[in-house]
Every structure is written in structure tokens, then in C-alpha cells.
Write a protein that binds this ligand. Structure first.
Ligand SMILES: C[S@@+](CC[C@H](N)C(=O)[O-])C[C@H]1O[C@@H](n2cnc3c(N)ncnc32)[C@H](O)[C@@H]1O
Length: 345
């Protein structure tokens, strides 16, 4: 290992930046909660104008905007004058590609409290969410409807990139009907049905998870082709379809519970049906093709839900245990996700 002053200083800075990373995330959170990105919108404004629009004192807003500038959300074209960068634009509450709900949810104490016990989770292999909140993650969301609604929007915002690429990456046109199980607000299903006018869809989720799906389908002109069914995927999932999509569902659960969901899918599908799992697929060794955020997501599953991100081998074993065989794994760039296509074994 080199100990030249330059590399030592760079290594120290790298560690300090990592340690301060959670504070950077709180700068993002404060910008969203105070409406800073909406106040700046597409224009250059003085710190006084932003402070007035957000209802804060000027000096503390100036300090927030300086930090937001230092971490790349905002630029300071002239002293005390600020404008959003391309990244900062994504924190506006609406507009193309908005990540405001995503930022709000993933910086919330409900998401982060269990992270403070990551060491315990690594030691025991068990989620630390229940230690802090007394119930499982999705049950807790039911008790906090505002956060639950933000979670659903955050999932939809996180699904945007996959929804843009998946419908063109797989031939959904061969099916008459598909179900999206744990499909949230229907963002992905709407994108698939939007491309295939003869395809019917069934959106299956809890009442809370699917609360906004009706609006999403109505806005896309798909209400007539899409049915919303509520229920518990640990009990059963809707039949009468040719394929089932499971996006970002299996990674929420440990192998035993994921197997229950998969067995229910196997029971609901005809023998020539297809199971389409849409999730990141980890390589056997850490590789640059997988963004660091996927490995952080894996630990997020560990602390908050007890689930995990999986390798191809792990998917194969899991699916085999529920009566499926993996037929293909198709990467879906630039989403970081893959389509794992499985058939009855
Ligand atoms: C991580 S989100 C994924 C949402 C969506 N598929 C996406 O990728 O944007 C997991 C989904 O599973 C749903 N869910 C959790 N527990 C469930 C259950 N027992 N039965 C049905 N859906 C459930 C949640 O409401 C949520 O919409």
C-alpha cells in the first residue's frame, strides 16, 4: 500500500466523505421538505427569494444552499445567487423523472432507524426493523398513511427507468393477460399495457399499496383493460393470466417467504405460463456493472425487511424450490435490473 502524502490525503478524504454521507442525504431531505427545488424551479434566484418562498430565515437558507451547492444539487453562478443543477431538478415535487418522494422516503427515520443497528443485523442475520418499531415494515407503513403514500410514490419513481425499458425488451404481445403481483401503483403494468393494445392486466397488491393504481390506469386510458385486485400474496395470487410479473417483490423477503409467494404464483399460472421476475441479479463477485446502490439495497433489505438481493444461482435455487426453472436472464440497462424469465419445471 502506498503511503505518499497525496494518496494518504485522498484516502482520508474518501473515508471522511463516506462518514459524512448520511449528512449529505439529510441536505437532500431538507431541500425536499422545505421545497427548495420547487422554489428555484428552472430559474436563477437570490438566497433571499428562496428563503422567502420556503418560509425560512435567509442566513440558514444560505447555509443549506451552500451545502447543496457543494454536493452538486445546486450551482452558484454569482455570490448569493443559486440555480438547480440537472440533479437538483429531479428534487422538484413534480416534473419528468421526479425523485422527490424517493428522496423523502429513503431519508426518513422509519427507513434509517434500523440501519443504526446494521452491525446487529450482520451479527444475527435478522432484520432490526422490528426491534425498533415492534412490527414488520409494511405493517408499520399501514400505521403511517402519509409515509405509506409517499412510499408508494417513491416505488413508482424508482420504477420509472425500468418501466421505460422493460416493455421493449420482452415480447409481452404473445400473452392475452398478465398480472403484476405486488405491482404498487401500477406504473410498470401501465407501461406494458400501453405498448400492447390487446393485452389485459391484473394489478394485485394490498389495499394500501394499490391505493393510487386506479388514478394511474385512468390517466393512461387503461381503466377498461386493467383490473385491480387487493389481497395478500402469502395467501394466494390471481389466476386466469398467462404470465405473472414480480418486480422488486422477492428481494423484500427471506427465502422461506419468497418461496411461499412463488408457490402461489406457480399455482395461479397455467403449465405453459411464464413467471417474470424483475430485480437486480448480483454477479458472483462484486463488479462495476452493478451500481453500489444495489449492494446498499441488499443491506437495506437485511435491516428493514429481512430480504436480500440475489445472484443468478440463488434465483435458480429459489425458483426451483417453488416448481420453476429459469429460462433466461435479460439485463435491462440502464435500470440496473434484469428480467429473470422462468417456466414450470
Ligand atoms: C418494494 S414494493 C414494489 C412495488 C412495485 N412492484 C415496484 O417495483 O415499483 C413491494 C410491493 O409489495 C406490496 N406488498 C407487501 N406485502 C404484500 C402482501 N402481503 N400482499 C400483497 N402485496 C404486498 C407492497 O404494498 C408494495 O407495493
Amino acid at each position: 500500500m502506498s503511503d505518499s502524502p497525496d494518496t494518504t490525503a485522498a484516502a482520508r478524504l474518501a473515508v471522511v466523505n463516506l462518514v459524512f454521507g448520511s449528512m449529505s442525504a439529510q441536505v437532500v431531505a431538507a431541500c425536499v421538505k422545505l421545497g427548495v427545488a420547487d422554489a428555484l424551479d428552472g430559474a436563477e434566484r437570490s438566497v433571499g427569494q428562496v428563503a422567502a418562498a420556503c418560509g425560512t430565515p435567509t442566513d440558514t437558507m444560505h447555509r443549506l444552499l451552500r451545502a447543496a451547492t457543494a454536493i452538486g444539487l445546486v450551482a452558484e453562478p454569482g455570490p448569493g445567487r443559486f440555480a438547480l443543477t440537472e440533479a437538483g431538478m429531479l428534487l422538484r415535487s413534480t416534473g419528468p423523472g421526479s425523485l422527490s418522494a424517493f428522496a423523502r422516503v429513503f431519508t426518513d427515520p422509519v427507513m434509517l432507524t434500523a440501519w443504526h443497528r446494521l452491525d446487529d443485523a450482520v451479527r444475527t442475520g435478522r432484520t432490526t426493523f422490528e426491534q425498533a418499531f415492534g412490527v414488520e415494515f409494511f405493517d408499520h407503513l399501514k400505521a403511517e398513511p402519509e409515509l405509506g403514500a409517499a412510499f408508494n410514490t417513491a416505488m413508482s419513481q424508482g420504477t420509472h427507468v425500468t418501466a421505460a425499458v422493460l416493455p421493449g425488451a420482452y415480447d409481452f404481445g404473445r400473452f392475452a393477460a398478465i398480472a403484476d403481483v405486488g405491482g404498487g401503483d401500477g406504473t410498470l403494468l401501465a407501461a406494458i399495457l400501453g405498448r400492447h393494445e390487446n393485452l389485459r392486466g391484473v394489478l394485485f397488491d394490498t389495499a394500501e399499496g394499490s391505493a393510487r393504481a386506479g388514478d394511474v390506469f385512468a390517466a393512461a386510458g387503461l381503466a377498461g383493460r386493467c383490473e385491480i385486485r387487493t389481497g395478500d400474496f402469502f395467501g394466494s395470487v390471481p389466476g386466469g393470466v398467462d404470465a405473472i410479473v414480480l418486480k422488486s417483490v422477492l428481494h423484500d423477503w427471506d427465502d422461506e417467504r419468497a418461496t411461499t409467494i412463488l408457490r402461489n404464483c406457480r399455482e395461479a399460472l397455467p403449465d405453459d405460463g411464464r413467471l417474470l421476475v424483475v430485480e437486480p441479479v448480483l454477479p458472483e463477485a462484486v463488479a462495476d456493472v452493478v451500481a453500489p446502490v444495489i449492494y446498499l439495497s441488499d443491506l437495506n433489505m437485511l435491516v428493514n425487511l429481512g430480504g436480500k438481493e440475489r445472484t443468478r444461482d440463488e434465483f435458480e435455487v429459489l425458483l426451483r424450490g417453488a416448481g420453476f426453472a429459469v429460462e433466461d436472464v435479460v439485463p435491462l440497462p440502464p435500470s440496473g435490473f434484469c428480467l429473470v424469465e422462468a417456466v414450470a419445471a
